[in-house]
Design a protein around this ligand. Structure first.
Ligand code: G6P
Length: 360
């Protein structure tokens, strides 16, 4: 590859560290001279004209889509469905009268997503692709493209592409809201700058992340991630990262759902990583953590400044509640990275996986 690792032992670590710069890059690419959002007028109109958005994606990009749904619904007040690309054609929802399909794909080459794109185009619908590779198949075949500007992502486990996708989705949501005349006091460009700084605070704490990974993940066979509201979506991504590169069986769970079955798996010492960044669910997620601790789990609480308890293992800097997923995922990426290292796994090229899956 012509992309160098420089002083980094792995592409994944380099790409984790690049995230603050990627976010700052996105801010500059999506900012006009007078500090408002720069976006193609046809994309704005496509968003405005849609009565419902259908997000289609696979893997980590699907997880970004879940956060994107929440952003678009809360900020722009437009209904959004998120679908797994490989399932969409087999479990097709009733499609609204004026849908807009949004494909999220780092590579722009995922066959499962392309299968859906070809079908919905045949049905006469409009499609927007959010991708890290403009000129890719999904970008060329869609009506519109938004670029995530993350730079080449080499490690198989996606990191910077995910946070970049969510940043672009936040900008898109606000642009749509403003175009629709919705009043709000959320400036995504300013808030993303705060996110970039918070990311940096966390990427500067590698020794601490390595220690947490050593304490919780070096010998365990499984691990659970629990969170509520936006934190739940990050739990899905945190669990996927851990599975992909450390081969630890990991699951992300909505805090309140664990007791409906999965809590049976909690044993003495089972690591449970909890996320607490959303004020309205802070008490309830802490209650869920107590439930697993009472059954022997080893708790690792990652909370946001202002919502933290004294004995939380890690406190992330305060960012806008809409954007916490971009920040909370950083320690989860680093924990996975160090867990994989401690377990002597091939971080950049995990077994059985491909960076881009071009078969259905
Ligand atoms: C593969 C990769 C995943 C990625 C998924 C979707 O399975 O291993 O990391 O999230 O494809 O890729 P895309 O390029 O469409 O975002």
């Amino acid at each position: 590859s012509d992309i160098e690792k420089g002083t980094y032992p792995h592409y994944m670590l380099k790409e984790i560290d690049e995230q603050p710069y990627v976010i700052r890059n996105i801010i500059s690419k999506y900012k006009t001279e007078d500090e408002t959002i720069k976006l193609d007028e046809d994309i704005r109109q496509a968003m405005l004209g849609a009565d419902r958005i259908y997000i289609i994606a696979a893997g980590t990009s699907n997880h970004a889509g879940l956060v994107g749904k929440q952003l678009i619904e809360r900020i722009a007040n437009k209904p959004v469905e998120v679908h797994i690309a490989s399932e969409f054609l087999y479990n097709m929802p009733i499609v609204s009268e004026k849908p807009l399909f949004i494909f999220i794909s780092q590579s722009g080459e995922t066959a499962d997503s392309r299968g859906v794109l070809v079908n919905v185009k045949e049905m006469g619908h409009k499609a927007l692709t959010i991708t890290n590779v403009p000129g890719s198949t999904l970008s060329r075949e869609a009506d519109y493209t938004l670029h995530t500007y993350a730079g080449p992502e080499i490690a198989v486990a996606s990191t910077k592409a995910y946070t970049a996708q969510m940043a672009v989705l936040a900008i898109l949501a606000v642009d749509t809201a403003r175009a629709a005349g919705i009043d709000m006091n959320f400036d995504p460009l300013q808030e993303l700058a705060i996110v970039a700084n918070a990311m940096e605070v966390l990427t500067d704490q590698k020794e601490k992340m390595e220690q947490i990974a050593r304490d919780y993940l070096s010998v365990t066979r499984n691990c659970f991630f629990i969170g509520r509201a936006a934190d739940y979506f990050v739990c899905l991504e945190g669990a996927l990262k851990l599975k992909e590169i450390s081969y630890i069986q990991a699951e992300g769970f909505a805090g309140g759902e664990l007791k409906h079955g999965t809590i049976a798996l909690i044993e003495e010492g089972t690591p449970v990583i909890g996320l607490a960044t959303q004020e309205h669910v802070n008490l309830s997620i802490r209650g869920n953590m107590k439930e697993v601790v009472a059954r022997g789990a080893s708790p690792c609480m990652i909370s946001m400044e202002g919502l933290n308890d004294e004995d939380d293992q890690l406190v992330i800097p305060k960012v806008h509640e809409y954007l916490t997923p971009l920040v909370t995922v950083i320690p989860l990426q680093l924990l996975s990275y160090y867990a994989a290292l401690h377990r002597e796994c091939d971080v950049d090229k995990p077994r059985n996986l491909a960076k881009s899956v071009t078969v259905e």
